[in-house]
Write a protein that binds this ligand. Structure first.
Ligand code: ADP
Length: 488
């Protein structure tokens, strides 16, 4: 960074590509700092030093030192190691502690995860005090960093970090870190007045809620689309925090995510059978489609309408709707390719359909980055019928790769996919509103009809999607405006 930065920002979160990623949070923690650096911010990212971080990155870290930190109510001391890695202009600080971060997965169960993220939240502030670097903004992501604003305004209120303004970004409100209040009180070491106060952490009769505390104590709340910012203030989407969020609505806003357009770039993507841009997509996409059909054991046929699903296989993603219409979808020219892992119920049902409709359905039950790239390039359409979707990245990636999204109008899907309007030949994809299998089937049939019967209009939609701005630039500017407004 050559000039004086316009803002110093500490990002605190539990995932960040390429070190550790289980979903969209990992993408945002990677891409947003880079976009902010381009706007002359000094951004440093604080992460757990999970043992599952690939060895090639672990080897590149340097030790900055270590110290002991009190954590629990009874004053147990824990080791806090600090490691640094600089990658493409971003500084990453990793917090090392084998008691908490040596599991194979970042998330295990709440009994383990509550202590882990109490430790992580407190240690992040302790590390900021330990480093000779004072952020203007502490930007916390999801419940795992939820206690950071609570600690800042309580146990750290007389340390140098107290001057920073705090933001909490909700990437997914479903996960909140709720557990018995005594357990959270013991591990966090926070005063009873904070834990047992309904305006703060207290949740129901017996529980405390780490995310709820962060939302109460922070200076600003953002979430990852405008529609989701509205939705979470209603009982249906509010995950029992809707009244808490309505109470704090003056500090709540939505800023839609982007994607990293260097990673997701079909003209340079080395994982594809053929790279392409908007000039040659219509020639090159079929090459990617054939390669994908071959890799997935699907019938190699350019005329088939190949629909992809790249997703965590959970209730959130609307998979019960897809299951309900699978038999009706099959038999015509539709192929379905699923890439995902998650709930065994969905893994098994897609495996079943693969057997039942050999050559037309593929269930690739894995987490596989390489295949994800090939799916975005090779499919004709990507299906995202989510029950709720804070932002969703897969529809943005799909559009950038000239793959038409078919989505439910919720959260960020609603904000980013303009429904196709045949009267004016405009729009980016096919959408439906209520969470009903019949409406999903109708949206797929409308897409399939256009694909089969009006190549010109279908191809125009591919080009509109590829030209749509899905980069971080605009959203990063909105975050910067928020940071500057908070600093005053
Ligand atoms: P969420 O965060 O709810 O999982 P998003 O749409 O915001 O959903 O982000 C999902 C991200 O994870 C995208 O980058 C997508 O490509 C990736 N992804 C999801 N499932 C898989 C998988 N099985 N293999 C590879 N990448 C996946």
């Amino acid at each position: 960074m050559n000039e004086t930065p316009v803002c110093r920002v500490a990002f605190i979160g539990s995932e960040c590509y390429p070190f550790i990623k289980t979903g969209g949070l990992g993408d945002v923690m990677y891409a947003l700092p880079r976009a902010l650096i381009k706007q002359n911010c000094d951004v440093r990212v604080i992460l757990p030093y999970y043992s599952c971080i690939p060895q090639k990155y672990r080897e590149q870290t340097t030790d900055l030192g270590h110290f002991s930190m009190y954590l629990c109510q009874d004053g147990r001391e824990f080791y806090v190691g600090v490691k640094q890695l600089d990658l493409d202009g971003v500084t990453y600080y990793f917090i090392d502690n084998e008691d908490f971060f040596s599991w194979g997965n970042p998330y295990t169960d709440l009994v383990q995860d509550i202590p882990k993220y109490c430790f992580f939240s407190k240690a992040s502030l302790a590390v900021l005090n330990y480093l000779n670097w004072n952020p203007d903004i502490i930007h916390c992501h999801d419940w795992q960093a939820g206690l950071v604003p609570v600690y800042q305004k309580t146990l750290f209120s007389d340390t140098k970090i107290r001057h920073a303004k705090t933001i909490v970004t909700i990437h997914n409100l479903r996960f909140q870190g709720i557990y018995g209040a005594p357990h959270i009180q013991y591990w966090s070491g926070l005063p009873a007045s904070v834990i047992y106060d309904y305006a703060n952490l207290r949740h129901g009769e017996r529980d405390a809620n780490m995310f709820k505390g962060g939302l109460a104590y922070c200076d600003s709340i953002t979430t990852v689309s405008n529609t989701y910012a509205e939705e979470i203030q209603t009982p249906f989407y509010g995950e029992n925090l809707d009244s808490h969020l309505r109470y704090h609505s003056a500090k709540l806003s939505g800023i839609v995510n982007g994607i990293d357009v260097d990673i997701w770039n079909s003209s340079t993507d080395g994982l594809l059978a053929a790279t392409y841009n908007a000039d040659d997509v219509l020639e090159k996409k079929p090459i990617n489609k054939r390669a994908l059909q071959e890799r997935l054991g699907l019938e190699q046929d350019d005329g088939k309408f190949l629909i992809g699903i790249v997703s965590r296989l959970t209730d959130q993603k609307g998979l019960d709707l897809i299951n309900a219409i699978m038999p009706e979808l099959m038999g015509g020219n539709i192929q379905i390719a699923v890439l995902g892992t998650g709930d065994p119920r969905y893994e098994d049902s897609f495996r079943y359909y693969e057997q039942a409709y050999k050559g037309s359905v593929c269930a690739y039950i894995q987490y596989n980055e390489e295949l994800a790239h090939q799916m975005y390039a090779g499919c004709d359409a990507l299906l995202i019928p989510s029950l709720f979707e804070p932002c969703g990245l897969t529809q943005l990636i799909a559009m950038r790769y000239g793959t038409v999204p078919i989505v439910r109008e919720t959260g960020g899907l609603k904000d980013t996919v303009r429904p196709y309007d045949e009267t004016i030949n405009e729009g980016n994809g096919f959408t439906f509103d209520r969470y009903e299998a019949g409406l999903l089937l109708d949206a797929i049939r409308r897409a399939n009809w256009l694909y089969e019967n009006d190549h010109e209009r279908w191809n125009q939609m591919i080009l509109r999607d590829m030209y749509k701005d899905v980069s971080w630039e605009n959203s990063a500017k909105q975050y910067l405006d928020l940071y500057q407004a908070l600093r005053g």
